[in-house]
Design a protein around this ligand. Structure first.
Ligand code: UDP
Ligand code: MG
Length: 331
């Protein structure tokens, strides 16, 4: 039977929390009384996650599918690979660490049934470290200003997407992207609801400060040219300013003769502008690097194996290491 709901979950080194996730997720979805499927995407975990996912697949092959990457391609690539496999009319994404309570999925579905094709969610009380909450607020504010994506809580992955949105996302070949923003672009009627948020059930965050900065660059450069335009504007203003300064110095040269004071002020100003220039070059580089990655058109991720199928064999024991479908490159 074709599932109505597809749940996509990226998994990267989550062995410590998977058992609890299974124990809460399946009953929560069973309670919804609609045909569903859960697609786990293993993003190259180096711990025992794959074995746990395969075991869970053996337990519930009727509703479980597992996509196995051959390496670590990042959370957003994992979600996109999951999207390609979805069959449901509604697709829900969720983190594997139980920070998004599976019991909240019902609320998303309810909202979707009111006729929306994108239901985002806002964490009622975010359970993360203080610095992340503050930094994330600032990034949300910046993104609101420089892109036309209107989502209140961008870092939150608990979201529901309609089939129309998913089909369009599946046609995109973006290498560096941010799934909630990309999907928002294609939504005809987006909405948001407030949901609960929990502390990470087990293990620790897979994002370092560095990878968080990279991710936010993906978001800003992927959905806006405003940073580049601001630099053009800044350049124009600085040119005007320095033209005025030249005129002033020229006038003083004639009025007061040669002057050589204020060398250090000049240094300070010069160093400041050097910093601005370096930042500008770096910013251009962020765009150029992404263009380079995009034009090389290498596979965005490689799916090693997909555990799925076995219709009608729900109760039978599935032998260990079974692979039903083999695929290679997916663009
Ligand atoms: N994740 C992933 N690949 C990565 C990093 C993270 O698939 O390279 C998954 C991770 O297993 C989890 C989700 O993305 O299901 C969110 O990661 P995490 O909870 O570490 O992020 P945070 O909540 O700290 O933002
Ligand atoms: Mg988390």
């Amino acid at each position: 039977m074709k599932p109505e709901l597809s749940v996509v979950i990226p998994v990267y080194n989550e062995e410590a929390g998977l058992a609890t996730l299974f124990a809460r997720l399946y009953p929560a979805l069973d309670a919804l009384q609609m045909p569903y499927e859960i697609i786990f995407v293993n993003d190259g975990s180096r711990d025992n996650s794959v074995a746990l996912l395969a075991e869970q697949y053996r337990q519930r092959p009727d509703v479980t599918r597992v996509v196995l990457f051959n390496g670590n391609y990042g959370q957003h690539m994992a979600i996109l690979a999951g999207f390609e496999q979805t069959r449901g009319e509604i697709v829900v994404t969720l983190d594997a660490d139980l920070q998004n309570p599976p019991e909240e999925i019902g609320k998303l579905i309810e909202k979707m049934r009111e006729g929306y094709d994108y239901v985002g969610s806002i964490r009622r009380k975010r359970q993360d470290t203080a610095w992340r909450t503050v930094a994330s607020k600032m990034m949300n504010r910046l993104r609101e200003r420089i892109t036309n994506i209107r989502i209140t809580d961008q870092g939150n992955m608990l979201r529901a997407y309609g089939r129309n949105v998913i089909d369009l996302v599946n046609q995109c070949g973006e290498v560096n992207t941010f799934v909630p923003a990309l999907a928002y672009k294609f939504a005809r009627k987006p909405a948001e609801i407030v949901v609960e948020h929990e502390e990470r059930a087990a293990g620790e965050s897979k994002y370092s400060l560095y990878s968080l900065i990279r991710l936010n660059f993906d978001l800003m450069t992927g959905f806006s040219l405003v940073p580049l335009q601001m630099f053009s504007m800044l350049g124009i203003m600085l040119s005007f300013g320095s033209a005025l300064l030249v005129l002033l110095l020229l006038a003083r040269r004639f009025l007061f003769g040669a002057e050589a004071e204020g060398v250090f002020t000049l240094f300070a100003i010069a160093f400041f502008f050097m910093g601005v220039i370096l930042f500008g070059i770096g910013l251009v580089g962020e765009y150029v690097g992404r263009i380079y990655q995009q034009v090389r058109a290498r596979p965005r991720y490689v799916v090693q194996t997909i555990l799925q199928g076995m219709p009608g064999k729900e109760t039978e024991e599935v032998p260990a290491g079974v692979t039903i479908e083999k695929r290679q490159v997916v663009r």
